[in-house]
Design a protein around this ligand. Structure first.
Ligand code: GLU
Length: 481
């Protein structure tokens, strides 16, 4: 590519950001970086009615957390601003008037009633081009009289508008199927149809990367480029991300919100890695990749035409891989807030808990469930001691717990190895299977059916005093049966 690539991400601040929106931004970013180009953030806020308080800040936060850095944007001037559409109002009006002069658009004075009357039985109206044929004098007279107007696209007749999409190939639409749509509304605000063209042109965007919902409108936008005599950008439309076989992810329904995943304890880099794979696959089919590796590997050939389904289980798995690959120190840093939440003020050694958790959780919010045994120990169901396969019943459990208590009371080296050697020796001396003793001890220590580790790890985590207190309490209960 000889030209300097410029791509943009153009979110509308109409809600939070679901991972489908973010994926669009990510691909535009990867493409720009791959080609040594610039990545631009533009806020498309002309739909003031749908604007949601705080949504713009959320866009900044999300991109920063996701590690998607832009070269130009509302807070980073690159000489093509402003980068917020409501700050560009004068520009659209000026270009709409210019387009009228060039014969690519016209003033339309039709009022609501007239437009209503054009509706078909389904309530859809196609504009009948009434004002396209007004004489210049009439237009000037009505403008001078201050009549409200919109500016409409003058779609050329009898042409086929075609372009080559980088993912979907040739797309063509007959101009007979394109309405003379509104470009500038009566309040002077542009429609998306106009603003996207003017902005992409003025911002020097070379590659427009966005969702497939715009695939078939693009021939219409291209006619506007042509009417201005502007060079068309190249286009890459991206297939949707679905939540199941028939439904797209939707921000209106709160689906797959990036920030929700962060608070659930997903790592940003794992989410970003996962969403990169929703619609793109590197040539070597790798799955776990850093941002740098994705930039290096990103290629249009690998972008899929078909929709992909968002699979949280897969994302959990990938997140778990990221957690396991961290150094103990890195893991401790991200896990600490979740450990704090799980144990409150209890005096457990947080570093030890972190090392116990690192290979056992896929998502950090799993920590609270896994550590529940630390705080919740009490009137648990004694039937948990019965294990047919291991031939453990209440009597065996009672003996086993007693053997363990007697042996561990004298133990000084409260390490994994120390506890293990001590319990195994005691089991042997008592002529019991060490599996039976370990199993009974684990239940006696935790009172939980599932625990994040076996008896040794649980005893180590709980510490000597608490372990013995719990086992004695459990033994008392067993003796009362
Ligand atoms: N503001 C549009 C949206 O959020 C962006 C479309 C585009 O990228 O051109 O859907």
């Amino acid at each position: 590519m000889n030209e300097i690539v410029r791509t943009r991400f153009a979110p509308s601040p109409t809600g939070f950001m679901h991972i489908g929106n973010l994926r669009t931004g990510l691909y535009a970013y990867l493409f720009a970086r791959k080609h040594g180009g610039k990545f631009i953030l533009r806020i498309e806020d002309t739909d003031q009615e749908r604007k949601v308080e705080g949504a713009v800040e959320m866009v900044y936060r999300t991109l920063a957390t996701a590690g998607i850095t832009y070269d130009e944007g509302p807070d980073k001037d690159g000489g093509y601003g402003p980068y917020v559409q409501t700050e560009r109002m004068g520009i659209y009006k000026q270009y709409a008037e210019e387009l009228v002069k060039r014969g690519g658009a016209y003033y339309c004075f039709c009022d609501k009633e007239r437009l209503e009357s054009l509706k078909d039985e389904n309530g859809v109206h196609t504009y009948d081009k009434h004002c396209r044929y007004l004489s210049e004098e009439e237009v000037n007279r009505r403008l001078a009289a201050g009549e409200p107007y919109v500016i409409r696209q003058k779609v050329p007749e009898g042409v086929v508008s075609e372009y080559e999409d980088m993912v979907f190939g040739k797309i063509s639409v007959d101009s007979a199927d394109i309405e003379d749509g509104v470009l500038l509304k009566s309040d002077g605000l542009p429609t998306y149809n106009f603003a996207n063209v003017v902005d992409d042109h003025l911002m020097g965007i070379t590659h427009v990367i966005r969702g497939t919902e715009y695939l078939s409108s693009t021939p219409k936008y291209n006619l506007i480029y042509d009417a201005f005599g502007w060079e068309r950008p190249k286009y890459m439309h991206l297939p949707p991300i679905m939540k199941d076989a028939t439904r797209k992810l939707s921000k209106r329904f709160g689906d797959a919100n990036f920030e929700d995943f962060i608070s659930k304890g997903y790592l940003p880099e794992a989410i970003v890695n996962y969403i990169a794979l929703l619609g793109w696959c590197p040539k070597d089919n790798r799955e776990k990749m850093t941002m740098e590796e994705m930039i290096e590997a990103f290629d249009t050939d690998g972008v899929s035409k078909s929709a992909s389904i968002f699979d949280e289980q897969k994302m959990r798995w990938l997140n778990g891989e990221y957690l396991k690959a961290m150094s103990p120190e890195e893991f401790y840093k991200v896990a600490e807030p979740f450990i704090d939440r799980a144990i409150g003020d209890a005096p457990w050694d947080k570093r030890e808990l972190a090392s116990l958790m690192q290979t056992r959780v896929d998502v950090l919010s799993d920590i609270s469930e896994k550590l529940a045994f630390l705080n919740e120990f009490g009137e648990y169901d004694l039937n948990m001691f019965v294990h047919q396969k291991m031939k453990v019943d209440f009597n065996v459990a009672k003996r086993a717990v007693k053997v363990a208590i007697d042996a561990l009371e004298a133990l000084e080296d409260w390490s994994d190895d120390g506890i293990k050697a001590c319990v195994c020796a005691a089991a042997e001396a008592a002529q019991m299977k060490s599996g039976q003793v370990m199993f009974s001890m684990r239940v006696a220590l935790t009172g939980a059916p599932v625990t994040p580790g076996g008896a040794i790890e649980m005893a180590k985590t709980l510490g000597k005093g608490e372990s013995l207190r719990r086992m004695r309490y459990s033994l008392e209960r067993l003796e009362r049966i």
